[in-house]
Design a protein around this ligand. Structure first.
Ligand code: SAM
Length: 273
């Protein structure tokens, strides 16, 4: 499988953005951990743990004998996770690896989990099918993936009718979709995730969908993504640097009250047969 660096960067800025993301995904993350019935002694493998936002929530549910293996391809984010999670009751084991290798770090897992990671993996469906072979029967498996598509229906309607000021949300979400598609990764992998795990033979499949609120933090997140991928968007002819500067100006000026959601999330939990 293709091995490419994380498309959105590994700086402390990226970590701050992922902290915001953690706040936005807080409720749905806790629901996924409920769905997976985390037990204090579980050995949990987290795919694409990044700077450790979901990891912290997982560790809060583990006891002294619990272990969280955090796998990530970006050393900078993994280092930040190790620092942020030091002192937790349960052990955190960072592993620098490409998750598509499905390496020995999966051995003995009771739970395999990932948040906002599958949409960074080309043809993630292939990974999920192969994952089934690598885990023990009964292993609980769960993912949260962002929805960067459905909320565009409402945004586009509002922009064309009574709320032209929401245009910068449409531009940002569209640019992100184009960036992912240019990198051959799917911004919509979450939409068919429940079906994918079903066709791969996983059992007890449960799914949920919700929208994330639009607030000041979401706008900050959008501004930071533009900062992180300005050159890439320019080089790929998705948005020029000048257009990005203009979009950032418009985003800063947008009144956040009553803004429609710009993205949502899919949640899927299941068990290996
Ligand atoms: C959007 S971030 C999400 C981070 C974290 N799961 C969270 O919810 O805050 C995606 C993460 O997946 C990691 N990643 C992307 N592709 C990967 C791969 N092939 N193997 C391992 N990690 C990968 C990136 O380095 C990044 O940390």
């Amino acid at each position: 499988m293709q091995n490419q660096p994380y498309v959105l960067g590994d700086s402390t800025l990226a970590a701050r953005r992922l902290t915001i993301q953690d706040a936005h995904f807080g409720e749905v993350s806790e629901r996924l951990l409920d769905d997976l019935a985390i037990r204090p002694n579980d050995r949990i493998v987290e795919l694409g743990c990044g700077p450790g936002g979901l990891s912290r929530r997982i560790l809060q549910r583990l006891g002294e004998k619990g272990v969280l293996v955090g796998v990530d391809i970006t050393q900078g984010l993994l280092t930040q996770a190790s620092a942020a999670l030091a002192g937790s009751k349960a052990r955190f084991e960072p592993v620098l690896a490409n998750l598509t290798d499905l390496g020995p770090w999966l051995d003995g897992a009771d739970v395999v989990i990932g948040r906002a990671v599958l949409h960074h993996v080309p043809m993630a469906e292939l990974l999920l099918g192969r994952l089934r072979i690598k885990v023990r029967p009964g292993t609980r498996v769960g993912f949260i993936e962002p929805d960067f598509r459905s909320p565009l229906g409402r945004i586009s309607y509002l922009e064309a009718t009574t709320r032209p000021e929401v245009a910068p949300l449409r531009v940002w979400v569209t640019a992100l979709n184009h960036l992912y598609l240019a990198r051959r990764i799917s911004p919509a992998v979450g939409a068919s995730l429940a079906r994918t795990v079903q066709t791969a033979g996983y059992l007890n499949v449960r799914e949920g969908w919700s929208e994330c609120r639009s607030d000041e933090m979401m706008i900050e997140n959008m501004l930071m993504v533009y900062d992180e991928v300005r050159d890439v968007l320019h080089d790929l002819s998705i948005l020029t640097r000048d257009e990005i500067a203009e979009q950032q100006r418009l985003l800063k000026a947008i009144p956040v009250r009553d803004l429609p959601p710009a993205w949502g999330s899919y949640r899927v939990a299941c068990e290996a047969p």
